[in-house]
Design a protein around this ligand. Structure first.
Ligand SMILES: C[S@@+](CC[C@H](N)C(=O)[O-])C[C@H]1O[C@@H](n2cnc3c(N)ncnc32)[C@H](O)[C@@H]1O
Length: 247
């Protein structure tokens, strides 16, 4: 029997019953958000491994339509040659290069790891939650939100409100269907880091309902008038995209 599908044995009425049930629900139904660091967060891979991991991640975004979804939101926000786009948790800047090539705007990234020679775009080493952010018209944040607990995600949205007019946030959804699809069709094609981190990321991600609640609270508490908040969930729960436009 597949180990991940077996119902654990536990003693009725004992504390281990509750713990066992919780573990089973987490494994099968993703009822609770996983609080585990990804390989990329807890290790310091060599430069070549890091380059290949971010490159593969960017190819995955292209293939899954994440990149197209972000570009569509940027066009809707009126981004053009005069605009500046900030990417929060930008990795090695692949999305920023694409945004610059497609829309002609200037770009800047922020990442805990800082920049690298291959990036070809400006990347500031900073914590997007707590550090002052570069001024920009639109901030994008792609598969980074699940790295933050609810309080830090809320704080990051408030931080963006201090330096940008619009936020476009794209992330995974914690749901059994994308997890099953990822394991079956995507993970076998990926490097071991992205295969393992992809699964952890889905388990760490927010459900659509959780994301809506966090964004709503962040927007209400940040003290800046808001013109629009939009939350879209893609088919098969492949991604969720939040757009916030401040007044
Ligand atoms: C899964 S990677 C995504 C990279 C890129 N956005 C992409 O989609 O290819 C998450 C990135 O967020 C960065 N990151 C995580 N927490 C951060 C924080 N608080 N501030 C800035 N960057 C952060 C990590 O260093 C990592 O590069």
């Amino acid at each position: 029997m597949n180990k991940s599908c077996s119902i654990p044995e536990w003693k009725s009425g004992s504390r281990s019953e509750a713990a066992g049930l919780r573990a089973w629900k987490q494994r099968m139904l993703l009822a609770e958000r996983l609080d585990t660091l990804e390989i990329l967060d807890r290790t310091a891979p060599d430069a070549e491994t890091l380059r290949r991991t971010y490159w593969e991640l960017n190819e995955l975004h292209r293939w899954l339509g994440n990149q197209a979804a972000v570009l569509r939101r940027l066009r809707e926000a009126g981004v053009g040659r005069e605009s500046r786009v900030l990417d929060l948790g930008c990795g090695q800047g692949a999305l920023l290069r694409e945004v610059n090539a497609q829309l002609g705007c200037s770009v800047v990234g922020v990442d805990l790891r800082g920049g690298c020679a291959e990036a070809q775009v400006e990347i500031v080493r900073a914590d997007a939650v707590t550090d002052p952010l570069p001024e920009a018209d639109v901030a994008v944040c792609v598969v980074m939100a699940h790295h933050l607990d609810p309080a830090r995600l809320q704080a990051m949205i408030a931080n963006v409100a201090r330096s940008c007019e619009t936020l476009v946030l794209l992330d995974l959804i914690r749901h059994p269907l994308p997890l099953a699809l990822f394991r079956t069709f995507v993970a076998p094609l990926l490097s071991h880091i992205n295969a393992a981190d992809g699964e952890t990321s889905i388990r760490r991600a927010y459900t659509a309902r959780e994301m809506r609640a966090i964004v709503e609270k962040a927007v209400n508490d940040c003290g800046r008038p808001v013109r629009e908040v939009r939350h879209n969930v893609a088919w098969l729960w492949l991604r969720q995209v939040v757009t916030v436009r401040w007044g």
